[in-house]
Ligand binder design. Structure first.
Ligand SMILES: [Zn+2]
Length: 252
């Protein structure tokens, strides 16, 4: 079993290096007792980075997936170097930060946009997907260009006047009775999820999520909105991109 250390609270999303113990070495992969590497899921791609047992032995992490209660870090490198790791030994993990930070910026912008679309048009998000420097939001119905433009203004306003983002663990019964549960209710939470990890953007949004997010909407930076795409059955796809994918991370 791997402890999902990036989930614990919001600041954990900013941890870039960590130490952990090797618990299993399936072919081509490393399993750790804890990890800050995000495994692919919920529309957010996995982290990349390195696992290092000493100065000479850095393994490149090229894919991270959840497999039951374990997280598999698939590594690139010759079998000999992978075999040099031992179960029980310690490694230092380092997250490819520019990649992860792009995902955090896109993911936080997506929460904000999905919330504003729900507030303005009553449309829920069917799925969201992040890749590279861009993201898509698939809505359950048609969105007008006017409302889309207003949502773009809403997101810009939250970048210029930053709102704090927090993570809370809420008992399931409390979440099910929460008035904000409707915005994300299109995709029901599995019944065994309790407590629920709820991501809150100050006055703008409350949404259950297991991804990694910014501590402030001010860090999203400028966003370009692409034309809306009509999907089948009246659904709409909203697409946006980070204007500067390499924006530096503010300290603090
Ligand atoms: Zn999220």
């Amino acid at each position: 079993m791997t402890e999902l250390a990036y989930l614990v609270d919001l600041p954990s999303a900013y941890v870039r290096t960590f130490r952990a113990r090797v618990t299993a070495l399936p072919p081509g992969s490393v399993v750790l007792d804890r990890t800050f590497f995000y495994p692919t899921g919920g529309g957010q791609p996995c982290d990349h980075g390195t696992l290092r047992s000493d100065d000479r032995n850095a393994l490149e992490v090229i894919d991270v997936v959840k497999s039951g209660p374990a997280v598999m870090h698939r590594v690139h490198g010759d079998a000999q170097r992978v075999r040099s790791l031992e179960v029980g030994s310690e490694v230092e993990g380092t997250i490819d930060w520019p990649r992860r930070y792009r995902h955090m910026r896109l993911h936080t912008a997506q929460h904000l946009a999905s919330a504003r679309i729900f507030a303005r048009a009553g449309l829920r998000t069917r799925r969201a997907n992040l890749a590279g420097a861009g993201a898509t939001i698939d809505l359950e119905g048609p969105l007008s260009a006017d409302v889309a433009a207003a949502v773009g203004d809403d997101v810009r306003a939250a970048v210029e006047r930053p709102e704090a983002v927090t993570v809370r663990w809420v008992p399931r019964a409390e979440w099910d009775a929460h008035p904000a549960a409707g915005r994300s209710g299109l995709v029901p939470l599995p019944p065994q999820v309790d407590p629920v990890r709820v991501v809150e953007i100050d006055a703008s949004d409350v949404c259950p999520c297991g991804g990694t997010h910014l501590r402030s909407t001010g860090e999203i930076g400028e966003v370009d909105w692409l034309p809306l795409v009509l999907l089948s059955a009246g659904a709409t796809r909203v697409t946006f991109r980070l204007k500067d994918p390499e924006l530096p991370t503010p300290t603090g």
